[in-house]
Ligand binder design. Structure first.
Ligand code: NAP
Length: 334
């Protein structure tokens, strides 16, 4: 008999009070059913977007998680039991499953993928080679349509998705302006991720710094919304393109985020705005993966990890990411 600890969503969180909303539960796992596989998880991915389905809003890109459900999220683990011939016992697999020690899933319902063990760091299957990397490359290259010579602004630029968007922008020949909270993160943006200018939105006037760069941004990879969007939008170049990847400043709201203050600039500057959502284009996965793996092997892309250990500390890891204590990809190691 295998004991499994998992996190359950008991109530909708208020702000960042995740401890009052989720509880660690224990269960004895039944044998797996026909068509299922079971993973012993090694890492849980902390993803900011999951905050949306902890809440009650029905108009997100994913329906709210019913209260009383195991908290859902991505994990990587080894298959320990399999009733699906495509997934051999012992293989490394990524699933969209639960925040749990073991994930029991039907592979096709959980987007299960067998992973290559022979990569520089298997944790990159969440980062450069996973959802964050794929979203950043698809967003920067295909949605924004970045070309050499563009000036790209990236918000939440020291986080997982943002730091990859910065480096992809640089690799594609753009000048990059990264926006992040605090001088330490800004130093990492310039020293490690190679941005041309870093803006500390907690201590600097974002609009003034963008103007001071001397070239108006032609492209914007948006992860935050709110005050940062309001500072960047009126300073975009004519015909600028904005890819909206995330709006983390509003994820703890129960009502829609107020519209951008300078929406009129869409007309005045003939801006184009489009959302970025990777599940729209599953067929692009293999090509995105190969491109990113090539950059990883050539040391042209890099993603540090912010690791917390132990299932009982999952909310510590999650809180670090949601309150900006992380640099790069936040993971829970089991
Ligand atoms: N569309 C998609 O399919 C997709 C896929 C992956 C990620 N995303 C989006 O990408 C964004 C980043 O997600 P991630 O999982 O990679 O997390 P992350 O960037 O590693 O961590 C979140 C970061 O957001 C910043 N932040 C938090 N609250 C903020 C606020 N109120 N104002 C400004 N910045 C704030 C913090 O950095 P600072 O210290 O700099 O504030 C924090 O480090 C999210 O908006 C997420 O929804 C979208």
């Amino acid at each position: 008999m295998t004991e499994n600890r998992f996190w359950r969503l008991d109530r909708h969180p208020e702000g960042d009070d995740f401890a009052a909303a989720l509880s660690l539960q224990s269960e004895t796992l039944p044998p797996i059913g026909e068509g299922q596989i079971r993973l012993k998880n090694e890492y849980l991915s902390m993803d900011a977007g999951t905050r949306m389905w902890m809440g009650e809003r029905e108009d997100g890109y994913q329906p709210p998680l019913p209260l009383g459900s195991p908290m859902s999220g991505q994990s990587i683990g080894r298959v320990v039991e399999s009733r699906d011939d495509r997934f051999a016992v012992g293989s490394l697999v990524r699933v969209f499953g639960q925040w749990a020690e073991y994930s029991t899933v039907v592979p096709d319902e959980a987007w299960a993928v067998t992973l290559d063990d022979d990569v520089p760091d298997i944790r990159q299957h969440f980062g450069v080679l996973g959802l964050n990397g794929w979203t950043a490359l698809y967003g920067v290259r295909d949605i924004i349509g970045l070309v050499e010579g563009d000036v790209l602004v990236v918000s939440a630029a020291a986080g997982a998705t943002g730091s990859l968007a910065c480096q992809i922008g640089r690799n594609l020949g753009a000048k990059v302006i990264g926006i992040a909270g605090g001088p330490e993160k800004c130093a990492i943006l310039t020293d490690r991720f190679g941005v041309d200018m870093a803006i500390d939105y907690k201590n600097e006037d974002v609009a003034e710094r963008i103007v001071a760069f001397g070239e108006a941004p032609t492209a914007y990879f948006e992860n935050v919304g709110g005050a940062i969007l309001d500072a960047v939008m009126p300073n975009m170049a004519l015909k600028g393109r904005i890819g909206v990847c995330g709006l983390i400043a509003g994820y703890d709201r129960d009502e829609p985020m107020p519209g951008p203050k300078h929406f009129d600039q869409v007309l005045m500057k003939r801006l184009r705005i489009e959302g970025i959502f990777l599940p729209d284009v599953p067929e692009k996965g293999p090509e995105l993966y190969e491109r990113l793996l090539g950059w990883l092997r050539e040391d042209k892309i890099d993603l540090p990890f912010d690791i917390t250990e132990g299932i009982e500390n999952t909310l510590v890891a999650y809180g670090r990411m949601m309150t900006g204590k992380n640099v790069g990809k936040t993971l829970l190691k089991l």
